[in-house]
Design a protein around this ligand. Structure first.
Ligand code: NDP
Length: 346
């Protein structure tokens, strides 16, 4: 049963959030398996307080599904290229169902071989990457995931977009606690944050982007029309390039420039490949939660620094106790875009 906390948010249960997302996606004709996978990942993000990739993404799925090549009926199936290399074609549907269906085989192959790679191809929008690497680490493996996006990002020292916002996620399994997980874009700031600065009439910090002429700019509108910049100068630029190469040409999929060209003004989410790698620490004679690994992770915490994932797990615990917070305006918008209001929702 949905409850209320303060004026701008409502709280709903995880089951209600899932039903809301599922109803929305199915109302737009998305096949049930794709809708369930997408609803699950968006609800996980909302539950963990990762609002940029939570239910706020639902309205935008309409734009992606409106792309003339989007396939609402895609039914991806994994295929073993070699024992260590698995491919799954998302078939121009959302990436998330393909990634989900590829994971059991990836995990099984990495467990026996020590390392295995899953290439997800031709999928729209991987959303947040941490749910996938977290799931692999819960099976006792380390994991990495990465993908290109659209060519919104100029290289350090360059003048125009050629790289994507190219997120990178990593997970390391721990014995008696949640895995160590980080997940972020390789840009100085998220595109959504730059849009927020524009909407609030604020100027950007130095180093976030360039205008159309390739000159450094602190004007958010100019940067959105020009190019974003990687984090950490040449270091972030090289990491974004690695992601571009490894989750693009290496797996026979699109670069960020090719993804943007494919969009043809549809304003769909990027269409890209995703590279997911799983490593079995036990094959080199280590087991998850070995003393050395725990010494590193505890040594970070012992200095008062926090580990990535801690905020997320605190939000998860809060959601489990109090329900999932959802902005009232977003909830109303989602309902208004649906053909009929399901009676179980407030
Ligand atoms: P952030 O810059 O917000 O960084 C997020 C990561 O850093 C999290 O793992 C977070 O942990 C950790 N972190 C944040 N602050 C600290 C701190 N002070 N100390 C230690 N760790 C910290 O992420 P982005 O805005 O770049 O990306 C957000 C999401 O957007 C990601 O999930 C990413 O996958 C997604 N994204 C997806 C794209 C796609 O193509 N699908 C493209 C670009 C981004 P915690 O969660 O605990 O706060």
């Amino acid at each position: 049963m949905a409850g209320h906390d303060h004026a701008s948010d409502i709280t709903i249960s995880e089951a209600e959030a899932r039903a809301l997302a599922l109803d929305f996606l199915i109302a737009d004709g998305l096949g049930r398996a794709q809708a369930e996978a997408m609803a699950e990942t968006l609800v996980k993000a909302q539950r963990d307080g990762c609002k940029s990739h939570g239910l706020q993404r639902l309205p935008g799925t309409r734009d992606t599904m409106a792309h003339p090549r989007f396939n609402r009926a895609a039914d991806p199936q994994p295929e073993m290229v070699t024992p260590a290399m698995i491919r799954i074609d998302a078939g121009y549907g959302f990436s998330v169902l393909a990634a989900k269906r590829g994971l059991p085989l990836l995990i099984a192959q990495a467990q026996s071989l020590g390392i295995a790679v899953l290439a997800v191809q031709n999928g729209f929008h991987s959303t947040a990457l941490w749910p996938v690497v977290e799931e692999i680490a819960e099976a006792g493996l380390a994991a990495m995931s990465m993908n290109p996006t659209h060519d919104w990002v100029a290289p350090a020292g360059g003048s125009k977009g050629i790289l994507g916002t190219n997120p990178l996620a990593f997970a390391w399994p721990r014995a008696d606690q949640p895995p160590y997980v980080f997940d972020f874009a390789t840009t100085a700031a998220a595109r959504a944050d730059i849009a927020l600065y524009r909407n609030e009439g604020r100027t950007l910090p130095e180093g976030w982007g360039l205008d159309r002429d390739g000159s450094p700019s602190t004007d958010p509108a100019a940067v959105l029309a020009g190019a974003m910049l990687p984090f950490g100068g040449h270091k972030g630029s090289a990491l974004a390039t690695m992601i571009e190469l490894m989750a693009g040409p290496f797996i026979g999929d699109r670069t960020s420039a090719q993804s943007a060209a494919f969009d043809q003004g549809a304003s769909a989410a990027p269409l890209h490949g995703e590279l997911i790698i799983a490593f079995n620490p036990a094959v080199f004679g280590n087991t998850s939660g070995t003393d050395a690994a725990e010494t590193v992770l505890n040594g970070i915490r012992d200095q008062g620094a926090r580990l990535p994932g801690e905020r997320r797990h605190a939000a998860r615990a809060q959601s489990a106790q109090c329900g999932i917070a959802l902005p009232r305006a977003l909830h109303a918008r989602i309902l208004s875009l649906m053909p009929q209001t399901p009676s179980r929702l407030p």
